[in-house]
Design a protein around this ligand. Structure first.
Ligand code: XIL
Length: 340
């Protein structure tokens, strides 16, 4: 009788099954990008499924360091404190980027353009302050984000930091991050990192920087995909290639949307609505194929992070249905495909 009662009490728990992080325990960490609403409203969902967290925006220079000497730690702290309280590790995102960056670093108080030394002094101060503040909880940093060009004759993206410093911007950013936290894994992160031409540019750049002594531990593939592409065989090839030069690979921003805008060319107005059964099946197939490839590379792939928790939070809009949870935070059928 007692036994039956015990089993009955256990049933709801068993029926819930394993969370994502448990399903992939022997493969890699499962992460999620969060906003501050999530850490207030979606605590159970997060705790149950994820063992790595990235701030969707809160640690970006424009958010956390909007002007010289002005810091805004509030949002990043609230997410970091949630993670600290629940023993969840974090990925830091990001330190050097052309978007959502601390653009003030390029201009002096008197309006003149910053010299290379003036810019680097500010970047150093920025990186030392942010990385030190979260070093107890952040185990990996996206140090440099999206520095490679999608096309054109030069392999590097034409950014302000590239115009001012060339590849030195990356060399210094990685060195400063290492100085601030010798234990953090330092990543180069980019989108469309599976596309052969861009893949080779990323490979060449990271290889060159590493050979010169720049402390890069890993490559991040953002993973903003859709139901038409990429062919996961390309992801497979990219992972094989990258793993010859770095010991760590993370999928840093995974979502698979229903429309077919790729990478930088997003058009949120062209969201698929309403979703057809065919689209939802194609999405399942993409997620299924991807995780098959990722499992195969589990020796180098050690974290897979979803970009946004629910379709409500998704940066590509709710009707793209790109995440595993619906706008109410309920697991969708595609969740079961991944949590398998
Ligand atoms: C996105 C956020 O999700 C949005 O909320 C924000 O408005 C723009 O940036 N690549 C990255 C991420 O490295 O930081 C971006 O995040 C998505 C593309």
């Amino acid at each position: 009788m007692k036994k039956t009662l015990f089993l009955l009490l256990l049933l709801p728990l068993l029926a819930q099954g394993k969370g994502l992080k448990d399903t992939y325990r022997r493969h890699f960490l499962i992460g999620v990008a969060l906003n501050t609403r999530n850490v207030n409203d979606d605590r159970q969902l997060i705790i149950r499924n994820f063992n790595s967290v990235t701030c969707e925006n809160a640690m970006k220079p424009a958010e956390i360091h909007p002007a010289e000497g002005r810091w805004n730690f509030r949002e990043a702290d609230s997410i970091a404190n949630f993670c600290r309280a629940h023993g969840i590790k974090m990925r830091g995102h990001t330190l050097l980027w052309h978007a959502q960056f601390a653009d003030w670093m390029y201009t002096n108080a008197d309006g003149t353009a910053a010299t290379r030394e003036e810019f680097l002094r500010r970047l150093h101060d920025h990186i030392l302050t942010v990385v030190s503040r979260y070093k107890d909880v952040v185990y990996a940093w996206d140090v440099a984000n999206e520095c490679v060009a999608d096309g054109g004759p030069t392999p590097y993206r034409d950014t302000r930091h590239y115009r001012l410093l060339g590849l030195d911007a990356l060399r210094y950013a990685f060195r400063y991050a290492r100085e601030a936290d010798p234990n953090a894994l330092l990543f180069y992160n980019d989108y469309n990192a599976f596309q052969p031409a861009k893949r080779d540019r990323i490979y060449n750049m990271v290889r060159q920087l590493k050979e010169e002594g720049t402390p890069i531990d890993g490559i991040g593939l953002q993973g903003h995909y859709n139901i038409y592409g990429p062919d996961m065989a390309l992801v497979d090839t990219a992972l094989t290639l990258y793993s010859t030069i770095v010991p760590h690979i993370h999928i840093t921003e995974l979502d698979i949307r229903l429309n077919n805008d790729m990478g930088g060319a997003l058009d949120f107005q062209r969201q698929a609505q309403p979703a057809t059964p065919e689209q939802l099946e194609a999405q399942k197939k993409q997620y299924r194929d991807l995780f098959r490839v990722l499992k195969k590379h589990r020796k180098t792939v050690d974290c897979v992070t979803f970009w946004n928790l629910t379709d409500r939070d998704s940066w590509v809009g709710p009707t793209n249905q790109a995440t595993l949870f619906d706008t109410e935070g309920r697991p969708k059928p595609v969740y079961d495909v991944v949590n398998h």
